[in-house]
Design a protein around this ligand. Structure first.
Ligand code: C2O
Length: 546
């Protein structure tokens, strides 16, 4: 049977301030955040679900974890502690490259997604650790991570990144939101604030009747990987840890920070009564000016920061709908369950309601646009391959034909800007995530004679030798205006060359990073479907050092 929709109120995660105060000045602090097993009520009528979640103590740990509110230019130190039990609550496949501790325990490591920080604080997949740091991966260097928060204000998130277990650890609940605030930039915009500034962390999950999380543990290519499946799609849509919740709103503007924390599902969200969505930012940066849209496509790990003016609502109830096929874009259309996300119940304003002084600001954020950058110093070709069995089952996903375990391939220099020509030879759209750098797509052009190009690439693995310029002559699809800012995830369409400009520097100041980017273990870039597929999509990651 299926669960009744809109019976649980949308909760907000607790906020943790990521800085202290001394004589009126924001100053660095140390936090300790643990990972705990507990149970979580995803729905009124569903038995409590065993989960792995983040919190400052077991009682306060939530699905998603607490929202960390950091301050621009004020470093935050976080000691991440693993308090998880000896065995996992979900199946995982040891035939893909995976952290396997000798004495049991659940390997974990935390990545602050979208952040500019030293490599030792990046949460390398090989820097995993088990409870009490009893066992550690080969790249482990330190228990306390340093987040300098030197980049522009914006929305980030933190999540698990352990080798081969990322998908299972995220499914279990190891994820949370993180915001960098910069009052000089944020405050003059007069965006909706306090109770009108909300997070919507969307994640699809399937449940067994006993309430436990369901994850298919039959591999798509069982002779090669007995349990690994490259994608996970859940039937229930949860927001902030509740399945299809409702939220009572007043007739005023709300700021909604929408994060798609799903493993593989894309969401194309819209409001059922046609209310416009005013996009003010995406991922870790504001747009140069707001863009009004009727629907928003979010890949896994993508964030949009939007304003919705419920005073304009023509109806008393508004559903947030999803129309994205899964897998995207060629899969099945969503049905009556996964086609709905949540419901807003619009209340008439009462006489005691404070006036709404917020705006959809006509702000200027000069650093948001790529045109402000000096010319790129380096062009690289980044090719996504999917390897299939003769019967068409996916067995490996590689970038440039290489595995995560292979040696470092890219060595960009801090302070420079590069052009990456990202060529997607798979059948699906992929969310490309590059650690440390901030980037934006500037052009998407379809490849012609794709089969010939793919055959050549599979044989030669060299875009220039395979005459990429003679194939990249198909139609150009414009990059949507609401994605023209410094992103940390971009959607790479199948059969296209997507031109991506990456700034390996601080885009608002043009400064190099104030930390050593050349140290071990370096950084990675990867397809973010890995984060939740049945393994880490292990080979979609290539290390690179600066
Ligand atoms: Cu959001 Cu390498 O991950």
């Amino acid at each position: 049977g299926s669960l009744q929709m809109y019976v649980d109120a949308l909760p907000q995660m607790a906020k943790i301030r990521g800085y202290g105060f001394q004589r009126g000045q924001a100053v660095p602090i140390n936090l300790t955040i643990g990972m705990y097993q507990k149970t979580w009520k995803f729905h009124r009528d569903l038995p409590a679900t065993p989960v792995f979640v983040y919190g400052q103590c077991p009682d306060s740990a939530t699905f998603p974890g607490p929202t960390i509110m950091a301050r621009h230019d004020v470093p935050l130190f976080v000691r991440w502690e693993n308090h998880l039990p000896a065995s996992h609550i979900l199946p995982w496949d040891p035939t893909v490259p995976t952290a396997i501790p000798k004495n049991g325990g659940v390997p974990t490591v935390v990545h602050l997604h979208g952040s500019a920080h030293p490599p030792q604080s990046d949460g390398s997949a090989f820097a995993w650790f088990t409870a009490g740091f009893a066992e550690k991966g080969p790249a482990w260097t330190q228990a306390t991570y340093r987040y300098p928060n030197v980049q522009p204000p914006g929305n980030l998130w933190y999540h698990d990144h352990a080798l081969g277990l990322t998908r299972a650890n995220l499914l279990a609940g190891l994820l949370g939101a993180y915001v960098i605030e910069k009052p000089e930039v944020d405050t003059p915009m007069d965006l909706p604030c306090d109770d009108d500034d909300l997070h919507l962390v969307i994640a699809d999950r399937s449940f067994n009747v006993d309430g436990s999380l369901y994850m298919n543990s039959t591999g798509v290519a069982p002779n090669i990987h007995p349990q690994w499946a490259p994608e996970y799609f859940g039937e229930a849509i949860t927001v902030n840890g509740k399945a299809w919740p409702f939220l009572v709103v007043h007739r005023r503007r709300y700021r909604l920070r929408i994060l798609n924390a799903s493993n593989a599902r894309y969401f194309n969200v819209s409001l059922s009564n046609g209310l416009p969505i005013h996009v003010v930012g995406s991922d870790a940066s504001y747009l140069s000016a707001p863009v009004t849209v009727s629907n928003l496509l979010l890949s896994p790990a993508e964030i949009f920061d939007v304003v919705v003016d419920f005073s304009q609502s023509p109806t008393a109830e508004v559903e947030l709908l999803n129309s994205a096929p899964y897998p995207f874009p060629t899969g099945a259309a969503p049905g009556p369950l996964n086609g709905k996300v949540m419901k807003f119940v619009v209340q008439p304003n009462g006489p005691l309601d404070p006036p709404d002084n917020s705006t959809v600001p006509d702000h200027e954020v000069p650093y948001a646009s790529v045109t402000a950058l000096p010319p790129t110093t380096m062009t690289r070709y980044i090719v996504m391959y999917e390897y299939l069995t003769p019967t068409g089952q996916s067995t490996h996903l590689y970038i440039n034909g290489l595995r995560l375990e292979d040696p470092v391939t890219e060595t960009p220099k801090s302070g420079t800007t590069e052009l990456w020509q990202v060529i997607n030879l798979t059948g699906d759209n992929h969310p490309l995530h590059i650690h440390l750098g901030m980037f934006q797509a500037v052009k998407m052009q379809q490849l012609v004679n794709l089969q010939a190009f793919t055959d050549c690439m599979t044989a030669v693995n060299d875009a220039v030798k395979c005459n990429v310029d003679q194939h990249a002559v198909g139609p150009v699809v414009p990059v949507p205006d609401h994605e023209k800012t410094w992103k940390n995830v971009i959607k790479v369409p199948p059969g296209f060359v997507t031109s991506v400009v990456i700034a390996f520097k601080l885009v608002d100041t043009n400064q190099t990073y104030p930390f050593d980017t050349t140290a071990e273990p370096g950084y990675v870039y990867h397809c973010h479907v890995n984060a939740t597929s049945n393994a880490t999509c292990p080979s979609y990651w290539v290390n690179f050092f600066f």
